[in-house]
Design a protein around this ligand. Structure first.
Ligand code: ADP
Length: 475
């Protein structure tokens, strides 16, 4: 691998470029007009413009991306996450052009991308799945399945992602309406309206396992991440290891993840997601949700407790190298938390927002890391996911990591756009969170966006002092 094209933007493009530079691999950025001044464009050795700013015209446009690779002589493509990262057709097109695709085989992407097929496959490998009924069932079948497992049940898009095409059904008379809603939403979002039905697990935790495979068939895991703090079924805070997880249950979850990866002869970085009921008991129940066949947003917390650079490892494995260690060599140290800083209004139901960042001041110090892309002056485009930065802390213990996060988050300052920072300052002070007693519905139940969230604590620097300082700097 000599020259890598990064088919993405934002923080993950920056993250991949940095890993490639460290390995002495040349980098090619691609960008839409909205991102012309972005950090990833400046950091790469070369950059290719992709035309219009809408994702379809740029980061989702396969012919344009392949042309950019051809024009620049790139020999490998990293898809990042989102956009085309889990598009088997893209992976196939990259391979057909004689390039390296930094990710698993297209067959593994396609199989795991179809949730119903993925469920069937991992079940053969004795991985527990949520009780469910496969796509194509009649309304009568859906009703009788729901009766047998008990309401509520959950309709899910087979090709879904980002929580879209999902509907909770709480009683028999709701089934028909929710079904057509889910089908319509799935068809619009994923060009395929296939939905299936699962038992709805009440107050579950979301726990996932980082796995890695290579061309020799070796598959290892890097432990689990707790991702239960979610709004709209989307993660906001993640940590590793998961708190209050019984050691025996943890072992079983790890093994199930490795089996799921083995079931598709997985190569590269992947994540197997589970929902867990409880977790403190050795025999508590857990179920396979899906496998994400790419690097995840929350991979840094795993890096922080294992000391392994997972993106560098992706590049090495994609270049054909075997994993440089076995499962026994992987060990865990300390505790890490990631806070996703999005351009959103937490007090208005986490509504995404845009704007231009006027001022930015970040905390630094022991155990503090940031993976981001925004700078003072960056305009947040409305076209894409609004993740600005991932603020990552590490401590020798969970209490140390939490105390560190609390102190540092108060210091973090973004001016010009609303962010999820006020929520993070609030959540690190909640006893449920401190005790590790949250589930995927906890934010919705506990944080109605109550005021005064923004003014309660933090930013340490007073607004007047800040503008005086800014004036001074500009003179
Ligand atoms: P997506 O691919 O759209 O992200 P997932 O299957 O990964 O969908 O589920 C996303 C989230 O939805 C999970 O993290 C969990 O919070 C919730 N969820 C999914 N399936 C169930 C279920 N059967 N019962 C309860 N919650 C669920």
């Amino acid at each position: 691998m000599k020259k890598l094209l990064i088919a993405n933007r934002g923080e993950i493009a920056v993250r991949v470029i940095r890993a490639a530079r460290e390995l002495g691999i040349g980098t090619v950025a691609v960008y839409s007009p909205a991102d012309a001044g972005s950090l990833h464009v400046r950091l790469a050795d070369q950059a290719v413009a992709l035309g219009a700013s809408g994702a379809k015209e740029s980061y989702l446009n396969i012919p344009k991306l392949l042309n950019a690779a051809r024009e620049t002589g790139a020999d490998a493509v990293h898809p990042g996450y989102g956009f085309l990262a889990e598009n088997a057709g893209f992976a196939r097109a990259v391979l057909d052009d004689g390039l390296i695709f930094v990710g698993p085989r297209p067959e593994a992407i396609a199989l795991m991308g179809a949730k119903d097929q993925a469920r069937a496959r991992v079940k053969e490998w004795n991985v527990p799945i949520v009780p469910g009924i496969e796509p194509g069932a009649s309304l009568d079948d859906l009703q009788s399945f729901a009766q047998s497992v008990g309401y509520p049940v959950l309709l899910k898009a087979a090709f879904g992602g980002s929580g879209r095409g999902m509907r909770v059904v709480r009683s028999p008379d709701e089934m028909e309406a929710r079904l057509s809603e889910a089908q319509r939403e799935a068809a619009a979002a994923f060009s395929d309206g296939t939905v299936f039905l699962e038992k709805y697990i009440e107050r579950p935790r979301h726990i996932e396992v980082q796995i890695f495979g290579d061309h020799t068939g070796q598959i290892v895991h890097f432990g689990e991440r707790e991702c239960s703090l979610q709004r709209r079924h989307q993660k906001l805070v993640e940590e590793a290891p998961a708190p209050n997880l019984h050691p025996k249950l943890r072992e079983r979850v790890w093994q199930a993840a490795v089996s799921a990866a083995q079931s598709v002869e997985y190569i590269g970085a992947g994540t197997v997601e589970f929902i867990v009921q409880g977790g403190a008991g050795a025999d508590d129940k857990f179920y396979f949700l899906e496998m994400n066949t790419r690097i995840q947003v929350e991979h840094p917390v795993t890096e922080e407790i294992t000391g392994v650079d997972l993106v560098k490892l992706q590049l090495q494995v994609a270049a054909g190298k075997p994993l440089p260690f076995t499962q026994e060599d992987i060990s865990f140290r300390g505790h890490s938390l990631e806070f996703r800083i999005y351009a959103e209004k937490p007090a208005e139901d986490f509504r995404p927002t845009t704007g231009t960042i006027r001022y930015l001041s970040r905390p630094f110090g022991p155990g503090i890391r940031e993976d981001g892309w925004v700078e003072a002056g960056t305009a947040i485009p409305p076209y894409y996911d609004s993740l600005l930065a991932k603020f990552i802390v590490r401590g020798a213990t969970r209490p140390e990591a939490l105390a560190r996060a609390q102190a540092a988050l108060d210091e973090y300052l973004v001016e010009g756009v609303d962010t999820t920072l006020p929520f993070h300052r609030w959540v690190v002070r909640q006893s449920d969170f401190q005790r590790g007693a949250v589930d995927t519905g906890w934010i919705e139940r506990s944080y109605g966006g109550q005021a005064p969230v923004g003014d309660m604590v933090g930013p340490l620097l007073l607004p007047q002092a800040r503008s005086d300082q800014a004036d001074h700097l500009h003179k």
